[in-house]
Each structure stands twice: as C-alpha cells, then as structure tokens.
Design a binder for this molecule. Structure first.
Ligand SMILES: [Zn+2]
Length: 98
C-alpha cells in the first residue's frame, strides 16, 4: 500500500515518497519538515513514528533539492505545493542560508 503524502491537501498517489529527517539526528530539520506539511496532526504523533511511518511525496521538492530522480540531497526540506502559510517565508530563508 502506498504511503499517503502528509502534506495537507496533497492528493498525489504516484510520486516517489520521502521519509522525514531522523528526529534523533536532525531535530531542527525534522521540525521544519513537520511545519512545512501544514499538518498539525503530526505534532501529536511521536517523532519516531512519524519518521518510520510517514512520508512526503516527491513533488514538494525543488529540482535542486534532488540528487537523482528518486533521491534527495541531505539537509533539504519540502518547499513546493505546500499549504499557504507564513511558514513558506521561513522556508525560503532556510534555503537561502544553506
Ligand atoms: Zn504530496
């Protein structure tokens, strides 16, 4: 069964899926991903379970965030087709600083 994309309102069923950053190794980046989804339910789930069971689909990542057609570079975060929020501003700051 394919993983449902955790980004709010995303109906994508075909794209490759990406795991969240490891919350133990990279808590800050993990938090950024959670916020980017706009999916507040994720805040109530244990980070370890989100990491193991939840995914975000490929279309939320820019080409420059991808190392190949299937994989992401490290230290990247979703930035496309996200629910509208002030968070997109934080994201662009994050990306410009990387
Ligand atoms: Zn999606």
């Amino acid at each position: 069964m394919p993983f449902k994309c955790q980004v709010l309102h995303c109906e994508d069923t075909n794209s490759p899926r990406h795991r969240f950053p490891n919350p133990i190794k990279n808590w800050n980046l993990y938090q950024i991903w959670i916020k980017a989804t706009g999916n507040t339910k994720l805040l109530e789930i244990e980070p370890e379970k989100v990491y193991k069971n939840m995914r975000i689909c490929h279309r939320h990542f820019r080409n420059e965030d991808k190392s190949t057609n299937m994989y992401l570079k490290s230290n990247t975060c979703p930035s496309l087709y996200l629910p509208e929020s002030e968070f997109t501003i934080i994201l662009s700051d994050f990306q410009n600083g990387m």
